[in-house]
Structures are given as structure tokens and as C-alpha cells.
Design a binder for this molecule. Structure first.
Ligand code: SF4
Length: 231
């Protein structure tokens, strides 16, 4: 189980239901550029990128896909090469054998069952080999049809620090978040937390003194009388 941040949320700051809207509004103002870090030009490229991003960084995936997407443009292209060739082409993302197998399996099902188009429903995406719930959620959200709130390591940490969930398991954290976050914000909310997590709320050294959420956060390390209350 990864490190827990639940115990840090100790300061009384009011009900999470009352805090969620200002949290979203302030983060949206602070990180207006927050979006998925993977680079893609089509739904198929999005799907491949998200599949490749397991256990590696988005920067690494973008480095690999910059050449990969020149060579493979349609689902058929991934099936026209031997598995070993695709393995070499995705080698630098790690777990290359499993990823190449999953990509070819997913492209096969895309062609056989979905006319070569990436479906927008999570249930349909889950029928693609190698596509688990998190991948399906990310793809559906990026295609404009979020059906849940994606919980990665940053979303988990910030949800716990902000007192939005006291759960440890990402599936249970997501359950708390979908009840709390307005549906219209399901897509952008994870990006806002991820960018805030990268820029301000670092796992080891959160910069609470610079944080726009300091007065709304039960984990803030800033003394209460030093906190600037944002409108
Ligand atoms: S950086 Fe902000 S969100 Fe993170 S613990 Fe500090 S006050 Fe809370």
C-alpha cells in the first residue's frame, strides 16, 4: 500500500461539501493550463499513449510516441507487423512485451467490434484487451465523456490532504469524489489536482505558504493567523 496522507488532515476547516466549489474554482484559476500531459492527435493515439503510460512517465511516453505515431497511423498498422517489431518500438516504455501484446489485442477488437473507432463508454473500453478501469476512465474523459474521476497517485494524495476522502484504496477514493465533485467537473478535476500536486503540493515538501488552498486545507502547515483567505 502506498504512503497514506490521511493523518495529515487535522485542522478544522469545515465540511468538504462546502469547500469543494472554492477548491475547484481556485485551482482552475491557478492552473488554467492544466490538461493531460500525453501528446496525441487522435482517439487511437490517445488510447495507445494511455496504454503505454502504465509504470512510466508521461515524458517518456511522449518521447516514444513521437516516432511511434509516424510509423503507425491506423489500427491496422499495429497488426501489420510481427509482435516482436512492435515490442522493439515500445521497448523504452518498459513492460514492452505485455504492452505490445495488449496494443495488438486492443487494435484487433477495435477493428472487429467498433469499426476501428475508439468507443467513448467505459464499459466498452473495458472490452479491449489490456485496458483496465483507470485507462478506460482517462480515455473516456479525454474524449469528452467522463464517467468517473481518475485517481492516480497525485489525486489520491491531494484528496487525502484536502480531507476530501479518508480512504486509502483508489477505487473507494473515486467513490467519494464522484459524490462530492459536480459531474460537469469530473473531467478536469483530476488534472487540477495533478498539476497542483506537481507544482505546489509535493509529496515530501508541500509548499503550503504558497498554496491558494491553505485556508481550505486541513493539512496546511501554515499557522492559521498567517493564512491569506482567498475570496
Ligand atoms: S500545499 Fe496546499 S493542498 Fe497541499 S497540504 Fe499545503 S495547504 Fe494543503
Amino acid at each position: 500500500m502506498p504512503r497514506s496522507f490521511v493523518h495529515e488532515a487535522r485542522r478544522p476547516v469545515g465540511r468538504r461539501r462546502d469547500r469543494i466549489r472554492p477548491i475547484i474554482e481556485r485551482l482552475a484559476a491557478e492552473h488554467a493550463d492544466a490538461k493531460i500531459a500525453l501528446e496525441f492527435r487522435s482517439p487511437v493515439e490517445l488510447l495507445i499513449s494511455v496504454m503505454l503510460s502504465a509504470q512510466t512517465t508521461d515524458v517518456n511516453v511522449n518521447r516514444v510516441t513521437a516516432t511511434l505515431f509516424q510509423k503507425y497511423r491506423r489500427p491496422e498498422d499495429y497488426l501489420s507487423v510481427p509482435r516482436e517489431e512492435l515490442e522493439q518500438d515500445v521497448y523504452a516504455t518498459g513492460f514492452f512485451r505485455q504492452k505490445a501484446k495488449s496494443i495488438q489485442g486492443a487494435m484487433r477488437v477495435l477493428l472487429d467490434e467498433f469499426g476501428g473507432e475508439v468507443p467513448k463508454m467505459v464499459d466498452e473500453l473495458l472490452r479491449l484487451p489490456g485496458v483496465a478501469r483507470k485507462t478506460a476512465n482517462v480515455v473516456a474523459a479525454e474524449l469528452g465523456n467522463p464517467q468517473g474521476v481518475v485517481v492516480d497517485t497525485h489525486v489520491r494524495r491531494l484528496s487525502q490532504r484536502l480531507g476530501l476522502s479518508r480512504r486509502e484504496d483508489p477505487v473507494k477514493i473515486e467513490r467519494d469524489l464522484v459524490k462530492l465533485v459536480p459531474r460537469a467537473d469530473w473531467g478536469r478535476f483530476p488534472h487540477l489536482l495533478i498539476w497542483h500536486g506537481r507544482r505546489v503540493c509535493d509529496a515530501r515538501r508541500p509548499r503550503c505558504e504558497e498554496c491558494v488552498l491553505a485556508d481550505l486545507c486541513p493539512s496546511s502547515r501554515v499557522e492559521v493567523d498567517e493564512i491569506v483567505a482567498y475570496p
